[in-house]
Design a protein around this ligand. Structure first.
Ligand code: ATP
Ligand code: MG
Length: 422
């Protein structure tokens, strides 16, 4: 036998048993963003490598070690997108959408990062993201957070996530803070790991983002970025906090929250759960007012977030929020060729008469017993049975697979009894 071919490590199939939960998650969050008037945008999965190195920053985990980069047949360096913001900004600039305009956009799709696969961390994973262009006030930042809070409520996980919030100010404020942070880090150099030592030279704020617990412990006493903020950023942040208070959204200000990508300024936030171990951030976002200009467009304020769908699916499963409607409502059971043809016709009619009803026809023959077993297996709640008598009389037997009752009805009248299933 030929050796079987396996999927790439860290890249998962979504099997039919899992897809209903994914669909429920996706439709819930899409409905929420629609309720705020946001529109979908779709970008390519592959982009020029320098888009990401320029947007995300050379000295970041993503660009330093996680990108899937390759030369295509023309020798151009391409990268499988590790996140959606850079491509979205590229698309906005290229299509003339950004200058002096307002856009409220969302996207969904696979992202690729060469990380060590573990629970909640994969090499192909999926993000749902939102990006807003052309608005610089804290009002839209608050709306994005309110929108995510609504998603958690609708998914039934609101009790299990908490919001961390910070302002990282203007580039100038960060430059002022940088020296104070470097001075502090120098005093603790012996505790720093290689990554942090290097980052202390190139991009010291990134050290605040470390996952190393020993370094995290010393950072408790580090100077705080909040003390270095420019006045405008301070006001922006204060107003955001007021708006969240007014909306009844709880948050914790975390002065060390800087996020892993370089393009952020002012507002940054993360939604974190304790139910997934180390992979606890389910959604992260913030303002990136400088990125459009940095990528060659005219200066345009922007803010957005992205959430990891695998982590949300894991949460829904852990919290038993994974009860979803089975793929099939009605299973058509038929005795013999003639009845099968009548059954397929009846099934077509029902699909028209009861929009949204899922009717599966049994194929391949076999006894009623075998067909009922199959009906149970696919999760149907009702079987419609067409034996010789029913075909001759224009009737059909409706068997309730959950309760067990059975009644015989006219084929023309059956639709009304099935409406309750959807
Ligand atoms: P982490 O600190 O967990 O590595 P990150 O800061 O790198 O996350 P972002 O770039 O902010 O993550 O991406 C937004 C969200 O996408 C994360 O909060 C997480 O839910 C999800 N995510 C990021 N990387 C992965 C991955 N490798 N596998 C699964 N989900 C991921
Ligand atoms: Mg990461």
């Amino acid at each position: 036998m030929a050796k079987t071919i396996q999927a790439i490590r860290g890249m998962n199939d979504c099997l039919p048993s899992q897809s209903p939960l994914w669909q429920k998650l996706e439709s819930t969050i899409k409905n929420v963003v629609s309720a705020y008037g946001y529109s979908e945008v779709r970008m390519p999965i592959v982009e020029a490598t320098h888009l990401f190195s320029r947007a995300i920053g050379e000295v970041t985990d993503v660009v330093e070690k996680e990108m899937y980069t390759f030369d295509d047949r023309n020798g151009d360096s391409l990268t499988l997108r590790p996140e959606g913001t850079a491509g979205c900004v590229r698309a906005g600039i290229e299509n003339g959408l950004l200058y002096n305009q307002e856009h409220r956009l969302w996207y969904i799709g696979p992202m690729f990062r060469h990380e060590r696969p573990q629970k909640g961390r994969y090499r192909q994973f999926h993000q749902f993201g939102v990006e807003v262009f052309g608005l610089n006030g804290p009002d839209v930042d608050a709306e994005l957070i309110m929108m995510t809070a609504r998603m958690w409520r609708e998914l039934g996980i609101a009790e299990h996530v908490r919001l961390e919030l910070n302002s990282i100010g203007s580039p100038q404020a960060r430059a002022n803070y940088r020296q104070a942070l470097v001075d502090f880090l120098m005093q603790h150099e012996s505790v720093l790991d290689e990554d942090s030592k290097r980052r202390m030279q190139t991009n010291p704020l990134r050290v605040l983002d470390t996952k190393n617990a020993d370094i995290q412990a010393i950072l408790v006493d580090a100077p705080q970025l909040g003390d270095y903020l420019d006045d405008e950023s301070k006001q922006h942040f204060a107003r955001l906090c007021e708006l969240l208070d007014a909306a009844g959204i709880e948050y914790q200000v975390n002065h060390r929250l800087v996020r892993g990508l370089d393009y952020y300024n002012r507002t940054v936030f993360e939604w974190i759960t304790d139910s997934l171990g180390a992979q606890g951030t389910v959604c992260g976002g913030g303002r990136y007012d400088g990125l459009v200009e940095q990528l060659g467009g005219k200066a345009t304020p922007a803010v957005g977030f992205a959430m990891g769908l695998e982590r949300l699916v894991l949460m829904l499963e852990n919290l038993n929020q994974d009860d979803v409607r089975p793929a099939v409502d009605v299973y058509m059971v038929t005795a013999g060729e003639g009845a099968m043809a009548v059954g397929m016709k009846l099934a077509e009619r029902l699909r028209e008469q009861v929009p949204g009803l899922r009717v599966m026809s049994h194929f391949g023959g076999g006894s009623f017993k075998k067909q009922f077993k199959r009906a149970d297996k696919v999760g149907a709640s009702v079987a419609l049975v067409l034996g010789e008598d029913e075909v001759a009389n224009g009737t059909v037997a409706l068997k309730d697979l959950k309760g067990g009752e059975q009644q015989t009805l006219n084929q023309d009248e059956i639709a009304a009894s099935l409406k309750a299933l959807i």
